[in-house]
Design a protein around this ligand. Structure first.
Ligand code: FE2
Length: 700
């Protein structure tokens, strides 16, 4: 799933925004979806605190989730196997024809967005300790802390899978019973799985650790027991509670109440622009540090073993990391003592890269220039030895006010593709809407890309690989790039990414609000190939990867040694094979060498049955995969690696790591499944460090 925290603060001082936005002040309550199924059976649920509640299947969202192609949710009886499985609390027997068509039970999918830790209401530390001593809770609800040896492993854990897997994602969905308005406003939860070498292990080979990232906003809210800062996607404090009342506090695992009245929102949030850094997007390990990333602020540093939060990290850059600083540069010509205190901050991308040739971490910070609507971007390459800065270079992107979510690294270039988004500034400043809610997307506008030489290039190389802009790229909304490379034969820049085809949705991530992603509104996401000619500065090819037609997928990845090379294979989290938008229920393998069967005439709804996909079943959901090289393997062989993917099993109410050996086809299934003691919320990104000293890691 796309994970964007688009930052809009730079617009605040942009002179290009106009009062034309005055005409836009749409305020609508978040819809609470009602089930359409009419099943009369009754199920019971018992929460971790021992409270038993009876719920009808209607209450439990017992229907087949709506999708882009089937926008009305369906009665479970339309898929008898799923209906029977739901009633019996089992996994359905599913044929090859049924899998890959995007059918899922909404109540299952909602569980994937429950707050981590089996407890969605406020309890005291004393209560928690009592419950834990009785074996009731594995996870501390205050800190998200859990630590245990993993004993439940299906299959054989490979001896050459050694290192530490870190994952990050939304983990705590609100405070004191009030759920966030949007899942991407939730607090970050970082996970650590240590895969120990077999020769050093006498008991379990896998140790699991977890913790919430204790950001400034997290600690503030834990103290005050209410939202104190605005979230990027619409979560916000409420005002005038004596007039409009306190929130209903439906519980963190129930539908949010909906937006408070407009006056209440405006009273608490007008001109309040201190957006909460949730540190919930990515986690990388490099140079001895573990960093939780969020793209509209600086990263939080964590203890590599305990995951305790150390604090905001400047990454060795000369930047101000005081709370409340915005990623907006100082006003030119104005003495520093006269500058507004909120200016002078920087934000760091949530998607840096690691160069397989040099081993450098390549990241970038950004800040809006206040007077001309441009953006300043500083690319920095770091050596893993002490996180040392090797080279740094600053550029300006004209007419760009929203930092792209991801970038492409090649041998000589870094490039950024900029999507067509606009901000309704007044709606944000008025407090009526969250910043990302104010983003309008033109899904049919042509877009641009900016290519820059890497900061480590010599003076001569900089002449050869000079910056250039590619205009008039056909409409296509890019989300995550798996990799890119410079074609030795043609000199072209080739890149691959997940993205949406031209569409009229007009809303940027609006459909991700409410309780969980709403697939009837989300365009299907495909895997694309894009080619630039640096000589003519034109986009010479852009299409869904041949062979990947109708494979709806996200989070594409390649072997880490092929990040800047002409990789032969890519892998992705897969939703369905019929060109629909639905919950993720598999992993797909793509052939990039031209050997895939090209099916350009597949209609929406038709099944692509030529792609190698492993479906985990309709009551399990998959997360971002990672390709992890085998210990002592050949880094030049893409197959000499494992694919690790987290999956949530709604029947067991537990999560697991599936391990696929890439010497085999994915559809042969995992060689090993590592089961945790609890469920994990659906996460975003992560990395794998081959050594617990975390000198480096691999990620996409
Ligand atoms: Fe992302």
């Amino acid at each position: 799933m796309p994970s964007f925290a688009a930052n809009v603060l730079p617009f605040l001082l942009s002179t290009r925004t106009t009062l034309a936005f005055l005409s836009k002040a749409p305020i609508a309550s978040l819809p609470i979806r009602l089930p359409t199924a009419t099943i009369n059976a009754v199920a019971t649920e018992e929460d971790a605190l021992g409270t038993t509640t009876s719920v009808t299947l209607e209450d439990a969202h017992a229907f087949i989730g709506s999708t882009h192609l089937r926008p009305k949710s369906r009665n479970l009886k339309e898929v008898p196997a799923l209906y029977d499985a739901f009633l019996t609390g089992t996994h359905p027997e599913q044929s090859k024809d049924e899998l890959g068509r995007g059918a899922f039970v909404m109540s299952d999918w909602r569980k994937a967005w429950h707050t981590y830790g089996q407890c969605d209401r406020s309890i005291t530390q004393a209560e928690y300790k009592k419950i834990k001593s009785e074996g009731g809770l594995v996870v501390d609800p205050f800190t998200g802390e859990a630590e245990y040896e993993v004993e439940d492993i299906d299959g054989d854990l490979p001896d050459d899978l050694v290192g530490v897997l870190y994952r990050n994602g939304a983990g705590k969905f609100g405070i004191n019973g009030e759920r966030v308005a949007h899942i991407l406003d939730a607090d970050g939860l970082v996970l650590r799985f240590e895969f120990r070498p077999p020769e050093e292990t006498t008991s379990s080979r896998v140790k699991f650790t977890s913790r919430f990232v204790e950001t400034e906003g997290f600690c503030e809210e834990r103290e005050s027991k209410e939202f104190t800062k605005r979230g990027t996607f619409g979560t916000a404090p409420r005002g005038l509670t004596s007039l409009f009342g306190e929130p209903l506090r439906n519980g963190l695992n129930n539908d949010p109440e909906g937006k408070p009245p407009l006056l209440s929102r405006m009273a608490a949030n007008a001109l309040q622009v201190d957006i909460k850094n949730t540190a919930n997007t990515h986690v990388i390990a490099f140079g001895g540090k573990v960093l939780a990333l969020w793209e509209a602020g600086m990263p939080y540093s964590l203890d590599p073993v305990s995951l305790e939060t150390v604090g905001v990290d400047s990454l060795g850059l000369p930047i101000d990391i005081q709370p409340g600083k915005f990623a907006v540069n100082y006003i030119p010509g104005l003495p520093k003592e006269m500058q507004p205190e909120i200016l002078g901050g920087k934000a760091h991308t949530a998607h840096p890269k690691i160069c397989p040739r040099t081993g450098h971490l390549v990241g970038w910070t950004w800040a809006q220039n206040p007077m001309d609507g441009s953006m300043e971007i500083t690319f920095t390459e770091y050596d893993s030895d002490g996180f040392r800065i090797v080279a740094s270079d600053t550029h300006t992107l004209d007419g760009v006010a929203l930092a792209p979510h991801d970038c492409v690294l090649t041998e000589h270039y870094i490039f950024l593709k900029v999507n067509a988004l606009e901000l309704d500034q007044l709606a944000f400043l008025s407090g009526a809407m969250g910043p990302a809610e104010c983003l309008g997307m033109d899904g049919r506008a042509k877009v641009r890309a900016f290519a820059f030489p890497r900061p480590t290039l010599s003076g001569e190389e900089r002449k050869k690989y000079a910056p250039f802009v590619v205009n008039d790229i056909p409409a296509c909304f890019s989300i995550h790039f798996s990799h890119g490379y410079e074609d030795e034969k043609t000199g072209d820049l080739v890149s691959y990414f997940s993205g949406w085809p031209p569409n009229d949705s007009g809303s940027f991530l609006g459909a991700w609000g409410g309780f969980c992603p709403d697939y009837d509104k989300i365009p299907p996401t495909f895997y694309w190939r894009m080619v630039f000619d640096p000589t003519t500065k034109e986009c010479v090819d852009l299409r869904v990867l041949p062979g990947a037609e109708n494979i709806c997928c996200e989070h594409p990845v390649v072997h880490p040694n092929f990040q800047t090379k002409d990789a032969r294979y890519a892998y992705a989290q897969c939703c369905n094979a019929i060109g629909d938008s639905s919950a993720p229920m598999g992993y797909a393998k793509f052939c990039l060498d031209g050997s895939a069967i090209n099916q350009p005439n597949l209609e929406a709804g038709e099944n692509n049955d030529t792609t190698d996909v492993y479906w985990v079943g309709s009551r399990r959901f998959t997360g971002e995969p990672l390709v992890v090289p085998k210990r002592n393997g050949n880094p030049e062989r893409e197959e000499d690696a494992y694919l690790l993917g987290l999956a949530f099993d709604a029947v067991k109410d537990k999560s697991c790591i599936m391990v696929f050996d890439l010497e085999r086809e994915l559809k042969e299934g995992p060689v090993c499944t590592v089961w945790l003691k609890t469920a994990l919320p659906h996460g975003l990104h992560g990395c794998f460090a081959p050594d617990p000293s975390v000198q480096t890691s691999c990620f996409c």
